[in-house]
Design a binder for this molecule. Sequence first.
Ligand code: G6P
Length: 297
Amino acid sequence: MSVQETEREVILTHPTNKATAVKILKYGATVYSWTLDGQEQLWLSTAAHMDGSKPVRGGIPLVFPVFGKNETDELLSKLPQHGLARNSTWEFLGQTKSNPPTVQFGLNKNIANEEMTKLWGEEFNLILTIELGADFLKTAIEVENPSTSKDLKFNWLFHTYLRIPDIEDTMVSNLVGMKVHDKLLHEAFIDKHPVIQFHQETDVVYEKVTDERVVQVVRQGHPLHTVKRDNLPDVVVWNPWTEKSGGMADFEPKSGFKEMVCIEPGYVTDFVTLQPGKKWNASQILSKDKLKYQAIQ
Ligand SMILES: O=P(O)(O)OC[C@H]1O[C@H](O)[C@H](O)[C@@H](O)[C@@H]1O
C-alpha cells in the first residue's frame, strides 16, 4: 500500500522504491520527513513538538495567511507570526492518484485553530496536494475565497527546512541580481554576489524572482537540493546560526543550525488579494537536479 493513514499522520511510499517516502503530520499538514532512496532530505529538530501543541520545528511548515508578524494590517496584525495554518489540524481528504502517490489535505475556517479564527475571522478554503515522485516532492496549494462579498487578503509560504551536511560548506545559487530585503539589517539592495554563503545568521527575502530561476543548494560543485517554484515570486533564505537557535527551546541539537538551511518559496512581499468566489494556486517542487547556473538577466 502506498498510502497509510493513522490518527496522527499520513505516510506515502513510492510504489517502485520503498526507500522513497514522505511523512505528513495532520497537525499543520506538515511534511516532516522526505526520504529519497533512503536519504533524508529535510531537517527536523529532535525537540520538535509532534503532538499538536506547537508548530513543528523542521520539515515544511505552511505559512498562511500572514508571513512573519504583521504590525500594520487591521485584521492580519491580530494573528501570531506566520499565521494559523501551521497551528491547525487539517483534514485528510484522501488519495487522488496512485502513481506518483498523491494525497490532499484541507483546511477552512470551521476546522482551523479556534483561538486564531477568533482573531482573524475571514472565510477561506485551502487544499494542499502532496505528490511523491520517484525523484521529486511536489507540494501545491489552492486557496479559495468562498465569500460572496469580501476580498481575501493573504500571504502564502512553504517554510522548507532542507537538510545539508555543513552550512559553512554550502552555497545557494541563482539569486544573483535580485532585489533582496535583509530582515536583520532592515535594508533592501540588489544582491550582486554570484552565490549566497553562510558565516552568520541570515534572514533575507529575495523579491519578485521569476519562476524560471531555479534555486539550488550546492556543496563542492554538487547540487544537494533544487527548488522549483510556480507562482511563488519571493524566496526567503534563513539560517538562525548560534544565538538565534540557542534561544529557541524547540531547536535541537543546538549544533543543528549547521545541518539546515531554509529555502522558503512564498508570496510575501505583497499580499494576494482574491475576489469573492476566486481561486489562487501555487506550488514548489523539490528535487535533486544537475548543476545549473543561470546568468543575470
Ligand atoms: O520561529 P518561527 O516563527 O518558526 O520563524 C522562523 C523564521 O521564519 C522565517 O524564515 C523568517 O524569515 C524568520 O525571521 C523566522 O525567524
